[in-house]
Design a binder for this molecule. Structure first.
Ligand code: GLN
Length: 303
C-alpha cells in the first residue's frame, strides 16, 4: 500500500475523533481556532511529500518550536548547555512549577516550558537576533519565510503568568542571564510562529536524515546531535505522556498546544499530524491517534 493511501485511510479513520478534546483556551487567541480540522504530511528522505486533509492550513506551532530553539542552542553552546538544563523526562505537565523549585531552577529538560525558556535565554547570549535566526532556520529547510502571529504572541504575553513565574524562579536561582521580559519575548514569539503540516515535516527533515537536509544533503547538525535531539523528543517531547506515546507510537515526537505533533522515523521520514483539540496533557487527540495508526499500519517504529 502506498504512503498516500495509508494517510488518506488514516484521515478517514480518525474523523470521528477530530474535535474531541479541547482547544488551548488558556491562550485566548487560540481559543477561537476551529477544532474540527485535521491534516497530515510526510516528508521522506528522498524529498517526496505526501499530504492529506488540512495539511496546508497554517497553525500555531507552539511547543514544536522548542526543538528548533534547542537545535540552535546546542549548535552554539555544545555540552555547556547541559550545565543549565537537564536531560530527564519530567513526568509532570509542561507548565509545572513544582519540580523547578525543588531542583533549584534547573529545568528537567529543554522540551518543557521552563527548559525552553532557559534555552531562549541561551539564544539571547548566542545570537544578536535569536528570532530572526529561528525564522531563517525554518526558511532554510522549507524554502519559504515563516511568519509570527502577533495576536497569539500578545495573547500569550497577556496571560503567561505561569511562564513568568518559571522565568522569575530560574532568575532567582541565578540560572537566567537576561531580564525575564526579554527572555519571555523570545519564547512567546517563537511559540507563535505559524506553519503548516507540510512545512513542519520539511522543517524537521534533517532529524530523519542523520542531521542532513533531505535531497540537498546539506549538513544541518552532526549525526550525533540529530540522534540526541531525537532521544530527547522520544523521552520528553510529549510531556507526561511521553511514556505512553513511546509505547503506543514508538517514534521520537514533539507536540504543541496548537494541536501539531511532529514525529521522526530515523533514516526515513519526518511526519506532521495536526488537529487543534487537545487531551489532558496538551497533546492533540486526533493527531496522536493518527500517528499511532501510522506506525501500526506501516510497522515503522524505532523499537
Ligand atoms: N506557548 C505555550 C505555553 O507556554 C506552549 C505550550 C505547549 O505548546 N505545550 O504555554
Amino acid at each position: 500500500m502506498s504512503l498516500q493511501s495509508i494517510i488518506d485511510d488514516i484521515a478517514a479513520e480518525v474523523a470521528p475523533l477530530v474535535g474531541q478534546g479541547k482547544v488551548a483556551d488558556y491562550i485566548p487567541a487560540l481559543a477561537c481556532v476551529d477544532p474540527c480540522q485535521f491534516g497530515m504530511a510526510i516528508y521522506t528522505k528522498d524529498g517526496q511529500i505526501y499530504q492529506t486533509g488540512d495539511a496546508q492550513t497554517s497553525f500555531s506551532i507552539q511547543s514544536i518550536s522548542k526543538v528548533l530553539g534547542l537545535t540552535l542552542a546546542i549548535d552554539h553552546h555544545g555540552r555547556q548547555l547541559w550545565t543549565r538544563v537537564g536531560l530527564e523526562p519530567s513526568g509532570d505537565p509542561f507548565n509545572s512549577l513544582v519540580q523547578l523549585e525543588f531542583e533549584r531552577g534547573v529545568p528537567r529538560n529543554p522540551l518543557i516550558n521552563a527548559g525552553a525558556i532557559l534555552v531562549a535565554d541561551t539564544l539571547l547570549e548566542a545570537y544578536d537576533e535569536p528570532l530572526e535566526q529561528l525564522l531563517s532556520f525554518i526558511e532554510q529547510q522549507t524554502g519559504s519565510e515563516p511568519t509570527i502571529d502577533s495576536d497569539v504572541a500578545e495573547s500569550e504575553k497577556a496571560t503567561g503568568f505561569r511562564n513568568e513565574a518559571m522565568a522569575s524562579l530560574m532568575k532567582s536561582f541565578g540560572n537566567l542571564q537576561h531580564p525575564v521580559d526579554q527572555v519571555l519575548d523570545v519564547y512567546f514569539k517563537q511559540c507563535s510562529i505559524v506553519s503548516t503540516c507540510v512545512q513542519l515535516a520539511q522543517t524537521f527533515g534533517f532529524l530523519a536524515c542523520d542531521g542532513c537536509q533531505p535531497v540537498s544533503g546539506h549538513q544541518v547538525v552532526t549525526s550525533r546531535r540529530a540522534r540526541r535531539i531525537n532521544a530527547l523528543m522520544l523521552t520528553c517531547g510529549t510531556y507526561d505522556r511521553a511514556g505512553e506515546f513511546a509505547f503506543e507510537v514508538g517514534l521520537p515526537a514533539k507536540s504543541g498546544v496548537g494541536g501539531g505533533i511532529v514525529a521522526i522515523v530515523p533514516n526515513q521520514m519526518a511526519i506532521c499530524a495536526w488537529s487543534p483539540a487537545l487531551g489532558e496533557s496538551g497533546n492533540s487527540v486526533a493527531a496522536t491517534e493518527a500517528l499511532r495508526l501510522f506506525t501500526q499500519r506501516t510497522g515503522l517504529s524505532i523499537f
